[in-house]
Design a protein. Sequence first.
Length: 136
Amino acid sequence: MENNTNMYSPLALAFLGDAVYGLLVRERLLLQANRPAGQLHTLSTGLVNAAAQARAVKNLLPELTETELAVYKRGRNAHPGHTPKHQSEGDYHSATGLEALFGWLYLNKDETRLRALFDKIWQDGAENGAQKGETK
């Protein structure tokens, strides 16, 4: 089966990208230190939410290629029909764009680029809270 990633809606890409991003965060937290599962969960939820992802994507935007930026914007501009409680609409849309990009990269089997972008996010701030055992 041919994998044409442009045929998927941005919300479908975000659905997949949410899981990919969450897995990368969990992997990094686990490899960073042997912590109790409850602490890993708390740290993970502090990093995998709309506000944290919106902050992360701001630093990432200058690093994106023209094609990646277009995928991000398609996701950001999609209208899911709801905004989760305790999240701003702007943060939610930015996070959806980031998730769409991660889903698109995953489907394109571009693990090198996926990890490079995640590493940039991690270096730009996510790791600081995780190393201290805090959430942002």
